[in-house]
Structure formats: C-alpha cells, structure tokens
Ligand binder design. Structure first.
Ligand code: ASP
Length: 309
C-alpha cells in the first residue's frame, strides 16, 4: 500500500518532517504530531499555535485534535490558553484519559499535569494589531469598563476573513496501511471567547477510518460543524461512493446551509487506496496544499480545486 500525506499550505514547517517519518516507517499518529508541533512553534504561521490571532479579549485560545482511524480513539482540546503544543495535549487526552475532549480551564489544568510546555502565544505583532482593532472599534465608554462589556455585537463586526482563517490539517496513510488525522488552529481571529471551531470537534474538523479514508476541513468551522463534514465524507465512502463522489456529496450538504456564517471552507480527503482530493468552496484566491506519496521524494505543492457555492 502506497503511503501518502496531505497537508495544507499552513503545514509548510512540518510537512517535510512528517513525510520523512512516514517514509522511514513511523506510524501516522507520531508523524502527524511531530509535523504539527513544528507548525505550532513557527510564529510565521499566523493561524496556528504561537503567533496565532487572539480572540476578542486579545487572548490566544488554541484548538487541536488527533484521531486514530483504527480504534476511533481521539483526543481534542478546545480554547486552550498558555501552552505551546495543543496537538500534544490532544494526543495525551487520547492516550491517558477515558475522555475524548477537554476545553478551557480543564484542558489547561491537564496540560499542566502532564508537564506540557508553557508559552505566551500572543506575539507582539498580534498584540499590536489587536490593540489597533480595540482602539478603532470599542467605544471610549466600553474601553473604560473593559473587559466587563457585552461582546456579542463586537463579535458580529469583528470577523475578518483576511486575517481570520486557517488551521493546519494533516492526513496520512502510513506504512502499515493505517489512516490517521490531526489538526491544530488558533481559530477565527477576534472570535467570542470560548468559541470552538470545527477543529476540536471530531467528525466536523477531522475524521479518520483506516477501512475507508480520512478528511479534514479548514475555513469556516461553523459550516463544518453544521454539516458534520469530515465524518460525512468518510461515511459516504463507507456507503460505497468513490472519494470524488463522497466529497461532492459533502459539498452538496454545505450548499444546503442557510443563514449563519457562510465563508470559504476547504475539504481535504484521502482514501485507503492512496487517492486524495482537496477542494475549496467559496475561495476568493487560488490556494495550494502539500502532497507527498511514497516514491515521490520530496513533498510538492498542488493547486486546490475551486468550487463556487
Ligand atoms: N476552521 C477553523 C475554525 O473555524 C479556522 C480555519 O481553518 O480557517 O476555527
């Protein structure tokens, strides 16, 4: 069975490491975690880990998940503050707890308990841009009372797709023919505190089943939550559809969403035969992703297929 790795352009700092590990026979979970850790630590990737954009209060809240497609054990963390590698905390949830997801204070408590590396994830540039937003958009009266002010209206105004979006997603078929997925993100810039996107929601932001394939989403997480997109793609494959058709069906589900946040969403998928498909719905610009296949040598960039809603 040919090994394969798909990651999005945010995966640039980690794709080489994950591909090298897969080529050397590492299991998918180890290879994915190692690659995502490199993305999380790289401050030039502004939507993942350290350097990610903050929420409305100027705090960086991180989401991550990892899933084992053999056992369907997953580990996820949501709205985690103060730690450098949410993907490793998520992996520890998978390995050490009888739970699948921790959020907020509980996730931070667990991260401390396992000795995870602490970090101030708000880099000076993010703080500067957030402060500018604050000065320009929060009334002087509310600035005085900050943070004890209603945030709902600010959250409606604040969503800025220019800077708001992205996640890193990694999907692998490893040397044992096992399929795994992992994702990590700072979520949407200026999000309401405590908002979880699709990334930590297993079945929305990612899913994997060694018998059929895996999928993961980036972009408007609210859409993937509503349509259960990653699970849907894998389930459509289980119901007998090809990868191509399974993704078409998931796009059809997204087309039926009404109201709420409708924005760009990108669907990444692989199947057990080593095929893959990466499609963006509602994209304004051409996007690319990384593909590595056994025998390819280095990972290479490919253009994302674009579909308009
Ligand atoms: N899907 C992520 C979220 O909604 C963000 C993104 O990938 O653009 O939090």
């Amino acid at each position: 069975m040919a090994r394969i790795l798909v990651t999005n352009s945010e995966g640039t700092p980690g794709v080489g490491e994950t591909a090298t590990m897969l080529a050397a026979g590492a299991g998918g979970l180890d290879a994915i975690e190692a690659g995502i850790r490199l993305v999380e630590a790289d401050t030039s990737i502004r939507t993942v880990g350290k350097g990610g954009w903050p929420n409305l209060l100027g705090e960086v809240e991180l989401d991550a998940a990892i899933i084992d497609g053999n056992t369907f054990r997953s580990g996820a963390v949501g709205a985690l503050k103060g730690y450098l590698h949410p993907i490793s905390v998520a992996r520890a949830v998978l390995e050490r707890l009888p739970h699948e997801m921790l959020v907020g204070e509980g996730a931070a408590r667990f991260a401390g308990e396992i000795g995870a590396e602490r970090a101030n994830n708000l880099i000076p540039d993010s703080e500067r841009v957030w402060r500018q937003w604050f000065e320009e958009n929060v009334s002087p009266a509310d600035q005085e009372k900050w943070p004890d002010v209603p945030l709902a209206q600010l959250c409606q105004q604040a969503i800025d797709p220019e800077k708001g979006m992205d996640t890193t997603v990694f999907l692998s078929l490893d040397g044992k023919g096992e399929i795994m997925a992992g994702v990590s993100t700072s979520g949407w810039a200026w999000k309401y505190p405590g908002r979880l996107g699709d990334s930590p929601i297993i079945g929305a932001g990612c899913y994997a089943d060694t018998k059929y394939g895996a999928a993961a989403c980036t972009g408007a997480g609210e859409m993937a939550i509503r349509a259960g997109t990653s699970r849907a793609i894998v389930l459509y494959m289980k119901m007998g559809l090809s990868l191509e058709r399974a993704v078409d069906e998931a796009i059809d589900d997204l087309l039926r969403l009404r109201g709420g946040l409708i924005q760009r969403i990108t669907l990444h998928s692989i199947d057990r035969d080593g095929r893959h498909r990466v499609v963006a719905v509602n994209a304004q610009d051409q996007l690319s992703y990384w593909l590595w296949r056994e025998g390819d040598g280095e990972p290479h960039a490919e253009p994302v297929e674009l579909v308009a809603l």
